[in-house]
Design a protein around this ligand. Structure first.
Ligand SMILES: Cc1cc2nc3c(=O)[nH]c(=O)nc-3n(C[C@H](O)[C@H](O)[C@H](O)COP(=O)(O)OP(=O)(O)OC[C@H]3O[C@@H](n4cnc5c(N)ncnc54)[C@H](O)[C@@H]3O)c2cc1C
Length: 261
């Protein structure tokens, strides 16, 4: 049996670094160091585990992102993925989740797939909605937020843990699946893996390759717009409340003054 797995991985600004808005109120991605979104490492890990069980399985990692996003792809290749696809184009500047999902859907179709794996959310936008929108665009079942996942006989099966109950879910392939950070520790790339990743195929595509018009993406195609942004005020010293029997009253007065209650 052959199994084509595509893992969507996002290159995100490093949360430990300095992050800013550009003049058009989009994230200034050029000014920030980036890395593979940590939550997507779990999706890469599950793809590799599934592929290890199936003869002829192939894992392709896919990103939509700026030039430096190849760093994220190389990391996933060094973990063990077979090949990578990078969609990059100047017209992607300002693309929101609707545009990103369109580009990913076209790219996934271009690659060919039985299973698409995603993380539970990116560590920057963190909407967690992209896998569902992607499944809708591809017109295939979505099985999201799995903390356990396996594939057998053309079916993907998994467990989704909620607050009150765990559900067992299954869907026929092709399907889109997202996995949580409880799905299994992601492996570290070995030295051999890092060296091998340098020679693995990395295909670069632009919008024209995917038959996407510039107006369908970018700020022009976005369904959302950031109207204004202000810098977070510097932290102030705070107020110490000494409880001399009237602590609760003091706290209530403090909150009322600031219209929290
Ligand atoms: C160059 C560029 C500029 C952008 N500018 C803007 C902007 O100005 N405004 C705006 O709203 N959005 C912008 N985006 C899109 C945004 O960063 C997200 O990719 C998109 O909105 C998905 O939302 P999210 O990050 O919350 O994903 P979530 O829904 O939280 O992500 C869930 C999963 O989807 C997959 N995924 C998400 N994004 C990508 C990706 N890019 N490539 C591969 N897999 C992915 C991952 O598996 C991830 O774990 C831009 C993207 C790029 C590449």
């Amino acid at each position: 049996m052959s199994l084509k797995i595509v893992v969507c991985v996002k290159y995100v600004p490093d949360a430990a670094g300095d992050r800013r808005f550009a003049e058009d109120l989009t994230t200034d991605r050029d000014a920030a160091d980036g890395l593979l979104s940590e939550l997507d490492e779990y999706a890469v890990e599950q793809a590799l585990v599934i592929a290890e069980e199936v003869d002829g399985a192939e894992v392709t990692v896919l990103t939509v992102g700026p030039d430096d996003a190849t760093d994220a792809l190389r990391k996933a290749l060094s973990m063990g993925a077979d090949k990578a696809v990078h969609v990059t184009d100047d017209d992607l500047h300002g693309t929101d989740v609707m545009g990103t999902s369109l580009v990913l859907a076209k790219a996934v179709e271009h690659i060919g797939y039985d299973l698409v794996l995603c993380g539970m959310a990116s560590t920057d936008g963190s909407m967690g909605v992209l896998p569902a929108i992607l499944a809708e665009r591809l017109e295939v079942p979505q099985v999201t937020l799995l903390s356990e996942v396996s594939v057998a006989d053309g079916t993907v099966t998994g467990r989704r843990d909620g607050d009150a109950a765990s559900e067992r879910l299954e869907a026929s392939l092709p399907a889109v699946v997202s996995v949580t950070d409880q799905s299994g520790e992601a492996r570290y790339p070995s030295f051999k893996g890092i060296m091998a990743a340098k020679k693995k195929p990395l295909e670069t595509l632009d919008l024209e390759d995917l038959d996407i018009e510039p107006e369908q993406v970018g700020l022009a195609g976005a369904w959302t717009e950031v109207e204004s942004a202000t810098e977070r005020p510097a932290r102030t010293a705070g107020q110490v409340v000494t409880d001399e029997g009237d602590g609760a009253k003091q706290l209530a007065a403090f909150l009322a003054e600031r219209k929290f209650i």
